[in-house]
Design a protein around this ligand. Structure first.
Ligand SMILES: NC(=O)c1ccc[n+]([C@@H]2O[C@H](COP(=O)([O-])OP(=O)(O)OC[C@H]3O[C@@H](n4cnc5c(N)ncnc54)[C@H](O)[C@@H]3O)[C@@H](O)[C@H]2O)c1
Length: 446
């Protein structure tokens, strides 16, 4: 099928490359000229396992193309994906300006029937807004053309985006049109061979499904973080509790890790956006508000440990940070706990020496060059003469480090572990002052 994807980000680029890899003829449109130029040279703007060879291969085959020419993009695809960002605006609602702009672009240039697929995460009712925008532009152009707006939310996980897209758990499609259902079956047939993955529903339910999924996951994280705070106060070990509850098949082990709070481009903004959606229909989403509030406080936890350990005097201290991305296997630092920590440290006059396997360029892009930030070439060099080490992201290479090297390089054997990678008793034996999340004996009461 001829497919156009608007927005070459984490979702758009992965989706486009995966669709091209099974034989669809895909054109990607973005407003970022540099991004398009780089992609044509084989420079992939994001780190995502397996993405670079997939893009190279599909670009070479001619089935994946990149352009800033929106008119050419609209002409190309019978199917037009909208995969642009939906960032939070001032009150936390999803800002739909990029989505609406693409709808306007499609309506301005279309000359035949189109299926417009909303892949961006958008509030319930957005398909109606996109439909209204296209209708009004077509009316201004005085042309009558058939189009359908479909909700097809994306559930990929950054860090596993390519495999998630190739083997989705489910393909949610919100539409009432039988013709559109048939076209969507054809589009996704290569991903639907093993068993039926397509779940058809009405548009509003599809839009809500995406928020419900992310809010459920965020709830699991905040629930565990709340339990970890209680464990600290009650002298219990959250890791024992985690095993104890995960063994119940109704609860399960997945996604119940306590930590330094959720980040990324999705959970924080999607929880906030659904809270705002609820307010708009005069509903108080008490649970979602609590999920957000627990996370807000949890993201301050690592700094609090440091602040308490150094009795509030962080000025001039050097803090080593391992892990900048919001989770492993990505370079995405949007809303990452490491950012909250670094910014609080700078505010307190501390110096940061950071290392991340993939997110250093992104960190440089966000913060530029500053005297109180050193981006170290290796995880070991980040430790040199630092007064403490903080682990923000659970990259594999941080899970079994050489503790002798850590002890030698640091000025003080202080380790703050935002991901509970180590056993408090064994860290104590090694002579470290070790703070983790919700682990009874690691807590320093103040
Ligand atoms: N990142 C994820 O893990 C993930 C997962 C599922 C769903 N989503 C949702 O998918 C959407 C996109 O997220 P993302 O992380 O890929 O965003 P992103 O910020 O990485 O990429 C968005 C891209 O859209 C481009 N763009 C903006 N306006 C445009 C226009 N008028 N025409 C063409 N391109 C335009 C930008 O230049 C950018 O390259 C969001 O709604 C997000 O919530 C993201």
């Amino acid at each position: 099928m001829k497919v156009t994807v608007f927005g070459i980000g984490y979702v758009g680029l992965v989706q486009a490359a995966v669709l091209a890899s099974v034989g669809h003829d895909v054109v990607c449109v973005d407003i970022d000229q540099a991004k398009v130029d780089n992609l044509k040279k084989g420079l992939i703007p994001i780190y995502e396992p397996g993405l670079t060879p997939l893009v190279e291969e599909t670009y070479k085959s001619g089935l994946l193309n990149f352009t800033t020419d929106a008119k050419a993009g609209v002409e190309h695809g019978d199917v037009q994906f909208i995969a642009v960002g939906t960032p939070p605006d001032e009150d936390g609602s999803a800002d739909l300006k990029y989505v609406v702009t693409v709808a306007e672009t499609i309506a301005t240039h279309m000359t035949n029937a189109k299926i417009v697929i909303n892949k961006s995460t958008v509030p319930v009712g957005t398909a109606d807004k996109v439909t209204a925008k296209i209708t009004s532009v077509l009316a201004t152009r005085k042309v009558e053309l058939e189009f359908n707006v479909v909700s097809n939310p994306e559930f990929l996980k950054e860090g596993a985006a390519v495999s998630d897209c190739k083997k989705p758990d489910r393909i949610v499609i919100g539409t009432d049109s039988e013709d559109v259902k048939e076209a969507m079956r054809e589009l996704y047939a290569p991903f639907n061979r093993n068993h039926e993955r397509i779940i058809f529903m009405d548009v509003r339910s599809a839009e809500l499904t995406k928020y419900a999924a992310n809010c459920m996951l965020a709830t699991k994280i905040s629930f565990m973080n709340e339990m970890s705070n209680l464990a600290e106060l009650l002298g219990a070990d959250i890791e024992a509790v985690r095993h104890g509850i995960g063994s119940d098949s109704r609860i399960g082990y997945q996604f119940i890790y306590p930590g330094c709070g959720y980040g990324g481009s999705c959970f924080p903004k999607d929880v906030q956006a659904l809270v705002q959606t609820a307010h708009k229909v005069n509903y108080k989403p008490a649970l979602l508000e609590a999920v957000e509030s627990v996370n807000f406080h949890q993201k301050k936890k690592l700094f609090t440990h440091l602040h308490n350990h150094f009795s509030g005097d962080l000025a001039g201290k050097t803090i080593a940070i391992w892990g900048l991305s919001f989770k492993p296997q990505t370079d995405d630092m949007r809303e990452a706990p490491a950012r909250e920590l670094m910014e609080a440290l700078w505010q307190a006059g501390a110096i940061v020496q950071a290392y991340d396997p993939e997110a250093m360029e992104e960190c440089q892009r966000i913060y530029g060059t500053r005297n109180d930030l050193t981006l170290a070439g290796t995880k070991e060099s980040a430790l040199k003469n630092a007064d403490a080490l903080v682990i923000c992201t659970e990259w594999s290479q941080f899970k079994a480090p050489d503790f002798d090297t850590i002890a030698q390089q640091l000025n003080n054997k202080v380790l703050i572990d935002g991901r509970n990678l180590f056993e408090p008793s064994s860290m104590k034996k090694k002579g470290f002052t070790y703070y983790a999340i919700g682990r009874g004996e690691s807590v320093k009461k103040v």
